[in-house]
Design a protein around this ligand. Structure first.
Ligand code: 2PG
Ligand code: MG
Length: 424
């Protein structure tokens, strides 16, 4: 037992310059750790509530209600509890809130507190965070997937993420591939006379007139690196379907006319036939369940239909959705659901269902590498942490390199899938 001695909080800025709450935990023996809440831009309707004074945005004063929640509610409930008992702390946070989506204490408060407690618990036990979160030695590591291009603001692919999925399981090789393709894509963009700027998520912000030309250019850039689609890499798309659903159908800016779910499914099938596309995230709005099920059936495993806003990292939603045949994969973002334990439970459930699990960043991030440890501890298939540039993204990928090194030191290479370099 290592008791929590102090729970403090402060307002900080995230990678988009938006105020966020950072919670700091001090535990018996002087252990101290802090974590800040990340923030989504496409947040869906089922995720944990952000407690803030929206009228005060973008100043730090917006964090005042979250600071008050820590001081008045969370601090008294956590002082004296065992910093190493993550599940008990997270249960206490949920009971303290007493409702859904952390509307009382704030999902941002809950997640920052939960992560800071986990970090302090790891320090108290002297174990790496991924080991503190899962007692067993990881049998394999998640594969990094990269946001290689983002639809630029004002472009007709706004909110679309173009993802590169390396096939190698070896983290350093996957990262090498990410940076090489990123550089080759910049050269291709320049060669076509396109302006190329950094996206907020570490890829390139592009305006190429649609999904098809963007996927084509990424494939060409990968080929410039000697990589073969379907062998060395696959492509993924995050469509953020909810953002474009309306009464007349899906009004994606890349389509001249609104698309019915059937039109849209046909378009996706066409892309899967044309490009090495194997990952379709949030292809529809979360409420459009028949469309999810239909697409999954028609793709029949050729590409994974993956739920982000659909599940909002909630184990119950994943359980129901997978049983109903809606998806083959789930994104897990701790701040969607509110606590580290709930995120780990969602990962365990995904594994039990045999679906792909993807631990993911948010667009509003910070320099923490917490999600890397979560992905390793929870046995996630993928780590989606943006492009291989910008410290708020690279910090997560670099930590994966360190963990891989640590694991390979512990056990001779070849004994684990993580160290084997084998293909998934
Ligand atoms: C996503 C993430 C970032 P957001 O949708 O998957 O990759 O974006 O911040 O909107 O959750
Ligand atoms: Mg998404």
């Amino acid at each position: 037992m290592r008791a929590i001695r102090e729970v403090g909080a402060r307002a900080v800025f995230d990678s988009n310059g938006i105020p966020a709450i950072e919670v700091e935990i001090v535990a018996e023996g002087g252990v101290r750790a802090a974590e800040a809440a990340p923030r989504g831009s496409t947040t869906g309707e089922f995720e944990a509530y952000v407690l803030e004074d929206a009228a005060a945005l973008p100043t730090l004063a917006a964090v005042a209600p979250a600071l008050a929640s820590v001081a008045d509610l969370v601090r008294p409930a956590l002082i004296g509890r065992d910093v190493c008992d993550q599940r008990a702390v997270d249960t206490a946070l949920r009971e303290l809130d007493g409702g859904a989506w952390f509307r009382r204490i704030g999902g941002n408060v809950a997640v920052a507190t939960s992560m800071a407690v986990a970090r302090a618990g790891a320090l108290a036990t002297g174990r790496p965070l991924y080991r503190h979160l899962a007692a067993a030695r990881p049998s394999r590591l998640p594969v990094p997937m990269f946001n290689i291009a983002d639809g630029a603001v004002g472009s007709n692919t706004v909110y679309t993420e173009f993802l590169l999925l390396p096939t190698t399981r070896e983290p350093a090789a996957a990262l090498d591939q990410g940076v090489r393709v990123r550089a080759a894509l910049a050269a291709r963009l320049a060669g076509k006379g396109h302006r190329c700027s950094d996206s907020t998520q570490g890829g390139w912000s592009v305006d190429l007139g649609g999904c098809e030309p963007t996927m084509e250019l990424i494939v060409s850039a990968a080929e410039d690196c000697g990589l073969v689609g379907g062998r060395d890499f696959h492509l993924g798309l995050d469509l953020s379907g909810a953002e474009f659903a309306g009464p007349a159908g899906y009004v994606f800016p890349w389509s001249a006319n609104p698309l019915s779910t059937a039109d849209l499914a046909r378009r996706y099938l066409d892309w899967v036939r044309t490009y090495p596309l194997t990952f379709l995230e949030d292809a529809f709005a979360p409420t459009d369940e028949a469309a999810w099920r239909g697409l999954r059936e028609r793709l029949a495993g050729r590409a994974a239909v993956v739920g982000d806003d659909l599940f909002a990292s909630d184990a119950e939603r994943i359980d129901r959705g997978v049983a109903a045949g809606l998806a083959d994969g789930a994104l897990i973002k701790p701040n969607q659901v509110g606590t580290v334990t709930q995120a780990l439970d969602a990962l365990a459930l995904g594994a039990r269902h045999g679906i792909s699990t993807v631990v993911s960043q948010r667009s509003g991030e910070n320099a923490s590498d917490f999600i890397t440890h979560l992905a390793v501890a929870g046995g996630a298939d993928w780590l989606k942490a943006g492009g291989p540039a910008r410290m708020d993204r690279v910090a997560k990928f670099n930590e994966l390199l360190r963990i891989a090194e640590e694991l390979s030191r512990e056990q001779p290479a070849g004994e684990t899938e993580a160290a084997s370099g084998g293909r998934r």
